[in-house]
Structure formats: structure tokens, C-alpha cells
Design a protein around this ligand. Structure first.
Ligand SMILES: NC(=O)c1ccc[n+]([C@@H]2O[C@H](COP(=O)([O-])OP(=O)(O)OC[C@H]3O[C@@H](n4cnc5c(N)ncnc54)[C@H](OP(=O)(O)O)[C@@H]3O)[C@@H](O)[C@H]2O)c1
Length: 228
């Protein structure tokens, strides 16, 4: 049974992907920060859902979680993310710099730290894949200027993962990025045009069809490649 590690699996897109993956026969290692979420979701989602307790910014906790089992991991889905400081505090003319740093820590540095921590277990899989949820807000093709910290953190994670793809290609480990569209979650809000369920179904399909021949690319949730 293939194994997928999803960060931020307790709500939003991460939880929706976990549900779809479980229904399609994956074993899901779902990361979350709170024990009460772990207990609730373990009871609700059944024995193939295995909660992993860590904050993605806590590198000691990542190392401990990665070392807690020798089990191979087929797919890492870096999903956990934050939108950053309040909108009025993340413009290029008025910036909460501590909030900007925190946004980079969670959205840019943590996906790489999680990948590094779990790499030994990914290397044990027959067809290892690392996918990271980015955003259309990273796109360099238009100059909209709201949410600077969030946009910059996602543009930066695109570059980080492109570099990781290059470095892991000789080992046949595929690395890609996903634009999930605008999704109705706590982050996306009620006005968003997509449900987490439909996007999750697209993301799991994308993951299942993703391989080394398409490493280093950025995909829409529907599976088509898009420009950075
Ligand atoms: N919704 C959209 O329209 C949209 C669009 C483009 C991209 N995205 C991206 O999609 C991903 C999921 O977003 P979402 O809409 O599902 O957001 P969400 O509903 O706000 O969920 C965010 C998830 O990230 C987790 N998380 C945040 N900080 C964490 C940390 N330090 N350590 C561990 N987990 C942490 C949260 O856990 P807690 O409950 O512990 O906070 C939660 O599980 C994010 O990367 C986001 O940037 C979303």
C-alpha cells in the first residue's frame, strides 16, 4: 500500500487530500500540531490514517518524527502554509517584517526542511515524489501587489523546489509544485470558487500520475503544467 505524508492534514486542503487518498487506498501519514486533532482524526479516518505530531518550523520535531519509523514514504505533500500578517501589514509600503519572516519560515523554509528530514524514508520507495502546494499568487507574470509576504514566500518556494528537483533527479526522486486554485477553506474564505473536495481529488490524481519525466515543473490542480 503506497504511503503519503501530508503536512497540515487537520483541516482545509490537507484534510481533503487525506480523505481522497485514503479512499483510493493510500496509507496517509497526516501531520498536525495538536494532540486533540490527532485523536479526533485517527478515530474518524481509521487505521490507515496515522497522525504525526509536529510543527513544520520545529526542526528537532521533524527529525524525531522522521526517525520514529523506518517505513518507506512514497509521496511527501508539503501542504501546511499561512497567509501571513493582516493585509494592511504586508504591503510593500507598510510591512510587518517579523510577520514576513514567519511567513517565509512556514511557506518557504519548512517545505525544504520537511523534505530533508524525510528524505531517507523517501529514498526507500520505488517511485518517490515530493510535491509542494504553492499558489497562483506566486506568478511573476502579473504585478498585483497585495499580500507581498505571502506572494514572495510562494515565489521563493517555487525556486527552492526547482533547485531540489535538479539535485534529486539523479536519484529518480521527482519534485513538483501545485497551484490549487482559489479554494474555500479558512485561508481561501467563503467567496473562493473551488471546494476543497474537488481540488483534493485533482491533486491526488496529479500525484498518482506524477513521475520523474515531469520533475521540476509547476502544475495546476487539474494536472496541466503551468508557467512559474
Ligand atoms: N485556500 C486557497 O485558496 C489556497 C490558494 C493557494 C494556495 N493555498 C495553499 O494551500 C495550502 C493549504 O491551504 P488551506 O487553504 O488548506 O489553508 P488552511 O485551511 O488555513 O490550513 C492551513 C494548514 O496548515 C497548517 N499549518 C500552518 N502553520 C503550521 C505550522 N507551523 N506547522 C504545521 N502546520 C501548520 C494548519 O495547521 P493548524 O490548524 O495547526 O494551524 C492547517 O492544517 C497552503 O500552503 C496554502 O498557502 C491555498
Amino acid at each position: 500500500m503506497p504511503v503519503m505524508l501530508i503536512t497540515g492534514a487537520n483541516r482545509g486542503i490537507g484534510l481533503a487530500v487525506a480523505r481522497v487518498a485514503l479512499a483510493r487506498g493510500w496509507t496517509v501519514l497526516g501531520s498536525m500540531r495538536r494532540e486533540e486533532d490527532a485523536d479526533r482524526l485517527a478515530a474518524e479516518l481509521g487505521p490507515l490514517f496515522r497522525p504525526q505530531l509536529f510543527d513544520v518550523a520545529d526542526r528537532d520535531a521533524l527529525a524525531a518524527s522522521a526517525a520514529s519509523s523506518p517505513q518507506a514514504i512514497d509521496v511527501l505533500l508539503n501542504n501546511a502554509g499561512i497567509i501571513g500578517p493582516d493585509g494592511q501589514d504586508q504591503s510593500s509600503l507598510h510591512m510587518d517584517f517579523d510577520g514576513f519572516l514567519r511567513t517565509l519560515e512556514i511557506n518557504t523554509l519548512a517545505p525544504l526542511a520537511v523534505a530533508q528530514a524525510f528524505l531517507p524514508r523517501l529514498r526507500k520507495a520505488a517511485q518517490p515524489r515530493i510535491l509542494t502546494i504553492s499558489s497562483q499568487m506566486s506568478w511573476m507574470g502579473y504585478a498585483k501587489s497585495d499580500r507581498v509576504a505571502y506572494r514572495a514566500s510562494k515565489a521563493a518556494v517555487n525556486k527552492v523546489m526547482q533547485c531540489l528537483a535538479t539535485d534529486l533527479e539523479p536519484e529518480n526522486i521527482a519534485v513538483g509544485l501545485i497551484d490549487p486554485g482559489w479554494v474555500r477553506t479558512d485561508m481561501g474564505g467563503g467567496e473562493a470558487d473551488l471546494t476543497a473536495e474537488e481540488v483534493a481529488s485533482g491533486i491526488v490524481g496529479l500525484i498518482e500520475n506524477f513521475d520523474i519525466t515531469r520533475t521540476g515543473r509547476f502544475f495546476r490542480w487539474t494536472g496541466e503544467a503551468r508557467e512559474f
